[in-house]
Design a protein around this ligand. Structure first.
Ligand code: SAM
Length: 386
């Protein structure tokens, strides 16, 4: 896509491109206030995305095959940031006021204002995707959708093979990823295919016609079946070649050892198969504690007046399938303390408003808890504000 707009020259080569949203999110979250900071906070949150006919004449064609994936990455624009500007250091709410570099956070205020969310794909109907576990507000422009593939997208799938030298037949090793079927966790195994290390080769490779092995290599592998019978519960997912010289460690380290997931797996060396990811401690142990959430008897009663979708009578829910789901979603949103650091510190006694689906919620925060005071229909609230 190339073109001119003012002084800026758009060019794919330079990365200055003009984006066109593939569609706009219809979300149970209408405003930023109260929208979870990450999709994992509220798995019940729902949205749908209709692929725009201005992008593809037949949007349903672009979604062909996607229903075979459980999750999708959603790349979107933080269109309600106010302006396209950001600071190099930001204050993520989880750090409760402390600063860190913008690129070490998931702050919406970043160069290009691009967001990335991993959402569950509930279903695909025609040119529409139905998503859950989202953190995007109504009207969010979506730039792209990609299937989530744990075998590619997880650090567990990454084999640290240094000094890649494709074509060096002598030293070529195959890198095989095995998956433990029951829990879907990935473990990785490295094996050498040169003569002196053939016994370390994975036996179950024979079951993988798609693996790019020379016939003589495949032949060698056959004899190893017995050695690797223990691996029969694994599905080999992928194979690539590399030339890292770690063969000397293989003898001792090819003993099956229990992994952190209770899965037995072969490791070439512990060092060569470092596939665990890590994050700074503030991500897991935020100084901001989760809150207890409670409803006043009155707000409970108000919530019960909402109807599940399809039921007659108003007010009715659109995204949540039951009052219980709605209550659970409200609780998870509040438990994660959706207030900004400023509000948390400077306006502790102020009422907090947010909306979820067709519900407008009024609550307040005390020491370690959030209390829902009022539950109204979003429509009636908007009407009274007019
Ligand atoms: C911290 S960001 C994380 C988004 C995404 N998971 C990521 O990591 O890029 C999520 C917050 O962005 C805000 N937000 C969601 N959609 C937005 C939009 N379209 N424009 C501006 N802010 C948005 C909401 O306040 C939400 O709590």
């Amino acid at each position: 896509m190339e073109g001119n707009a003012g002084p800026m020259t758009y060019s794919l080569e330079t990365g200055n491109i003009l984006t066109t949203p593939i569609g706009y999110i219809e979300s149970c979250f209408k405003t930023k206030n109260g929208t979870p900071r990450q999709p994992s906070v509220c798995s019940l949150s729902r949205a749908c995305l209709r692929i725009s006919k201005s992008v593809f004449n037949n949007p349903e064609h672009s979604l062909m095959g996607l229903e075979e994936f459980s999750h999708v990455w959603v790349l979107f624009v933080f269109h309600k940031n106010g302006r396209l500007s950001c600071k190099a250091k930001v204050q993520p709410p989880r750090l409760n006021g402390a600063k860190t570099g913008v690129f070490s956070t998931r702050s919406p205020h970043r160069p290009n204002a691009i967001g990335l969310t991993l959402a569950r794909l509930e279903k695909v109907e025609g040119g529409t995707l139905y998503l859950s576990g989202i953190d995007m507000i109504q009207g969010t422009p979506v730039l792209d959708i990609k299937p989530y593939i744990s075998e590619y997208d997880s650090p567990k799938a990454m084999v640290p093979c240094q000094n890649d030298s494709a074509g060096n037949e002598e030293n070529n090793k195959a890198t095989v990823s095995c998956r433990d079927e029951p829990n879907g966790q990935m473990q990785t195994v490295c094996h050498q295919f040169s003569n002196k290390t053939e016994r370390e080769t994975i036996a179950c490779i024979n079951e993988l016609p798609h693996i790019p092995l020379e016939p003589q290599e495949r032949e060698k592998v056959k004899d190893l079946n017995t050695v690797f019978n223990a691996l029969s519960s694994f599905a080999i997912e992928d194979i690539s070649t590399c030339d890292e010289d770690a063969s000397s460690h293989l003898e001792d380290d090819l003993i099956p050892e229990p992994s952190s997931f209770g899965v037995t797996c072969l490791h070439e060396t512990k060092d060569a198969c470092k596939t665990d990811s890590f994050v700074p401690s503030w991500v897991k142990h935020s100084p901001v504690a989760n809150l207890k959430v409670r409803f006043t008897p009155n707000s409970e009663m108000e919530l019960r007046q909402f109807q599940a979708p399809g039921d007659s009578g108003a007010p009715s829910l659109r995204y949540f399938k039951s009052i219980e789901e709605a209550k659970c979603a409200i609780s998870t949103v509040l438990s994660a303390d959706p207030r900004s650091v400023y509000r948390r510190k400077q306006c502790q006694d102020r009422l907090f408003y947010f909306s979820l689906d067709t519900i407008h919620i009024t609550c307040w925060f005390g020491d370690g808890f959030a209390e829902v005071l009022k539950v109204q229909s979003l429509d009636s609230c908007t009407e009274s504000l007019k």
